[in-house]
Design a protein around this ligand. Structure first.
Ligand code: PMP
Length: 397
């Protein structure tokens, strides 16, 4: 029976990363996969994570299953991290949550719950969006509509077009929004624009579903959550999928959470039970290690300070790299790259054609996606000049 299944193509991003690893050129530059890399090109373990992990290993008394909703300290800490310690909705008990295997698990549980409420619901996704959104949500049975978002010509959000498209979203529909640091384009909504989305959600009754996988890597932990908090202060209902992969560096520990903002505490309780049953259908119980680490960091003053300091340093480094890359590219290529500095988080489209991206790979060992999406954190003092010269050469060719 199984022999009828064909070999499927490799994931294009992971395939490119593998090609970069196999490239023998000592000057090669890998800007493909969305992981944070430090100046030495490594994806580091946070110091607070090391400390929390050590304590956890010493103290851990059992490997019995986690409860289906996960670690209580993790849930409490993440609710506050996402919604803010002063959130009225939190104080009113209107938020419930479930620990999930990464942000992907969080999106999947959100989709399962949405599909339980409205089978085959329409989900509006930005054009472009993170490609994995489609199989993650679509395999549950949800349907998709695109809303225009990124205007490639001027590297910014075409907000008028977005609003125009979302005028068709109605009660029973879901609008998927990137909480901050849009993947793949790096172009985020202003707070004023979040306010317009809140007006539309109020009037039209659609449900916002916020994917926030990069909180802390754009403008800092608080400001990166400001848009979704604005929605939370005004709307009766919202779902948030959050991840600790990037902002705590817990990628392989699969640490995420789905949060449900509900009209009242009873509904929040009902949603948590729905989420737990959905998780039971998919994977039963969440993995423990990452969430126990994150829960400790979020609830221990010293560890938390240490984590926030290191994360703040990463955020500053990314923003510094954005400025530097802009200057070097402008000097080499003689065109405007100011958008790189206006965007947030780890990603940017450089605005090259697929042919130019391929020429960068074959002629210069510079690896970026065909869309010219780069991981800004893959740039460092050791490769930035080479990268800028290579891009300049390809643009002049
Ligand atoms: N959403 C977006 C937009 C992402 O970029 C990612 C990670 N690349 C995720 C969700 C999921 O992250 P993870 O499952 O690794 O926590």
């Amino acid at each position: 029976m199984l022999e009828s299944l064909p070999r499927l193509p490799d994931d294009p991003i992971l395939g490119l990363a593998a090609a970069a690893r196999a490239d023998g050129n000592p000057d090669k530059v890998d800007l493909t996969v969305g992981i944070y890399m430090d100046e030495s090109g490594l994806c580091p373990v946070f110091d607070a994570v090391r400390q929390a992990q050590r304590a956890l290993v010493d103290e851990e008394a059992t490997k019995a299953y986690m409860p289906p909703v996960g670690d209580p300290a993790f849930n409490t800490g993440m609710r506050q991290l996402v919604f803010g310690t002063d959130s009225a909705a939190l104080a009113a008990g209107r938020v419930s949550s479930i620990q999930t295997p990464g942000g992907c698990g969080a999106l999947r549980i959100g989709a399962e719950v949405i599909n339980a409420a409205v089978p085959g619901a329409r989900v509006w996704v930005s054009d472009p969006t993170w490609p994995v959104h489609i199989p993650l949500l679509g395999s549950v049975g949800l349907q998709f509509e695109n809303y225009r978002y990124y205007e490639a010509a001027d590297h910014s959000v075409d907000f008028d077009a977005m609003v125009d498209d979302l005028k068709q979203a109605r009660r029973g529909d879901v609008v998927l929004l990137h909480g901050c640091c849009h993947n793949p384009c790096g172009a985020d909504l202003s707070l004023e624009q979040w306010g317009v989305i809140a007006d539309m959600a109020e009037e039209q009754g659609f449900l916002p579903f916020i994917d926030i996988a990069y909180q802390g890597l754009g403008d800092g932990l608080e400001r990166d959550a400001a848009g979704l908090r604005l929605l939370a202060a005004r709307l009766p209902e919202m779902i948030v999928a959050a991840s600790c992969s990037k902002n705590m560096g817990l990628y392989r520990e699969r640490t995420g959470i789905t949060l449900f903002l509900c009209a009242d505490a009873n509904s929040a309780d009902a949603l948590q039970s729905q989420a737990a049953v959905a998780a039971r259908r998919v994977y039963s119980m969440p993995p423990a290690h990452g969430a126990l680490i994150a829960g400790r960091i979020l609830s221990d003053g010293g560890l938390r300070e240490n984590w926030e300091r290191e994360l703040g340093g990463m955020c500053q480094r990314i923003n510094g790299l954005r400025g530097e890359l802009r200057r070097k590219l402008e000097a080499e290529a003689g065109r405007d790259f100011g958008f790189i500095e206006r965007e947030k988080g780890m990603f940017s489209f450089l605005g090259l054609s697929a042919g130019q991206a391929r020429a960068l790979r074959s002629e210069h060992s510079v690896y970026m996606l065909d869309s010219s999406r780069i991981n800004v954190a893959g740039v460092n003092a050791g490769n930035i000049d080479y990268l800028a010269r290579a891009v300049g050469a390809v643009l002049r060719a």
